[in-house]
Design a protein around this ligand. Structure first.
Ligand SMILES: Nc1ncnc2c1ncn2[C@@H]1O[C@H](COP(=O)(O)OP(=O)(O)OP(=O)(O)O)[C@@H](O)[C@H]1O
Ligand SMILES: [Mg+2]
Length: 376
């Protein structure tokens, strides 16, 4: 997959920007606070519809402007697709090839992105919510059905919680309807848990080898820890396991006015020799673990979507040793479009710079420094 060009209007510190990217490696360099991260963020928003670093969409609009526009042209391996997002009043309008798209699920799996950025470590060190959000997004990029089921699950969860709140306040509710809600919730939960299991299984097929290559250590894997475990081979059995849980914890759920168990409480662990890296890992081991996860995801995209995702690397080279940098480059520089930002060109290998398209960024203005001939 290739991002051919992008156009921004009033996005962050960009009043207007129009540029074409090379199908291989693109390097954007510039001092602090010039707009490097903002540019990668705009590409991320174009694909994912949300920012990786701000929950509030209005933050993306340039100060004192009303509307931000991001447009881009991608080629997904066989087709050219135009994508367009307008952000105004915390609202987003999505377009594919000029046609309005109502459902995010119809939009989100068109442009696949994997981003590496300095705060990535939070994925390992932070709360389970951060990991759930991450894996939900990765699964949604891969399977639009996952995104649909997840939205249904969240809707049912909100409805069930409303009922629990009423029961807590002794308001009479229709218990038959509550039962139906719970059963629907269980059906969606089974799909999500099964897809999460399968995804992590796929990741682990690649992860250990990559970790060995980059970190020179064996026995690394990621473990999915569902809050209620099921039998992924037997839906009937899973139904009764979940049903029993929800029955047994009904009193507790009413007391807390919310559903205490289910996929919305799941977690994922990064294990090295069975030890949780969150607790036992060094900073270096943790960083490699995140790199491995993301490099494995590239392999999964290649295998299951027959295309490579677009890689965004925000200032990640300054924190890796030369050896690890080279190992990482070995993985990424093969026919995969990559957009790298850095404050210091010296952080990057000369050979890499030679084969890359080079841009300099100054106060929201992008200056092309070096082209690569498309045949190279
Ligand atoms: N909504 C906005 N409107 C205008 N300017 C903004 C907006 N949001 C952020 N900025 C500004 O954009 C500038 C560039 O930010 P960005 O994070 O892209 O810098 P950077 O080049 O990645 O810097 P660093 O090397 O420090 O990471 C900052 O000065 C920031 O304050
Ligand atoms: Mg930055």
């Amino acid at each position: 997959m290739i991002l051919k060009k992008i156009e921004l209007v009033n996005f962050r510190n960009y009043e207007s920007l129009k540029t074409r990217f090379y199908k291989g490696i693109n390097i954007i360099y510039g001092d602090n606070a010039q707009g490097k991260t903002n540019l990668l963020e705009s590409i991320y928003v174009l694909g994912i519809t949300k920012s990786h670093r701000s929950f509030i969409d209005n933050n993306l609009i340039k100060d004192s402007s009303k509307k931000a526009i991001i447009s881009g042209a991608i080629n997904n391996g066989s087709l050219d697709i135009d994508l367009n997002i307008e952000i105004e009043n915390n609202n987003k309008k999505l377009k594919i090839n000029g046609t309005n798209i109502k459902k995010v699920s119809d939009y989100i799996s068109n442009m696949n992105i994997i981003i590496f950025y300095p705060d990535d470590l939070e994925l390992l060190k932070g709360s389970p919510q951060i990991r759930r959000k991450y894996f939900n997004l990765q699964l949604s990029q891969l399977y639009s059905n996952y995104f649909i089921v997840l939205n249904d699950y969240n809707k049912l969860l909100r409805m069930r919680n409303e009922y629990l709140k009423k029961m807590n306040m002794n308001i009479n509710v229709d218990m038959n309807y509550f039962e139906i809600l719970t059963n629907y919730l269980i059906e969606k939960a089974i799909i999500l848990i099964k897809m999460r299991y399968k995804y992590i299984e796929k990741i682990n097929l690649y992860c250990e080898k990559i970790y060995q290559d980059i970190g020179n250590i064996n026995n690394f894997n990621i473990k999915y820890k569902p809050s209620i475990d099921i039998d992924i081979k037997d839906d009937q059995k899973s139904r009764s396991i979940l049903k029993k849980y929800y029955d047994n914890y009904l009193k507790y759920d009413i007391k807390m006015s919310c559903t205490n168990y289910g996929p919305h409480k799941d977690d994922f662990e990064f294990l090295l020799n069975q030890n949780n890296l969150k607790i036992f890992g060094s900073q270096g081991q943790q960083r490699i673990a995140i790199l491995c996860l993301k490099l494995s995801e590239i392999e999964i995209f290649k295998k299951y979507r027959q295309t490579t995702p677009i890689l965004l690397l925000d200032d990640v080279f300054s924190e890796l040793s030369d050896n690890k940098k080279n190992n990482l480059l070995k993985y990424i520089s093969k026919d995969i479009q990559t957009i790298i930002t850095t404050t210091e060109l010296n952080n990057l290998d000369k050979k890499l710079i030679k084969k890359s398209k080079l841009f300099k960024i100054e106060n929201g203005k992008l200056i092309k420094v070096k082209e690569v001939k498309e045949s190279e």
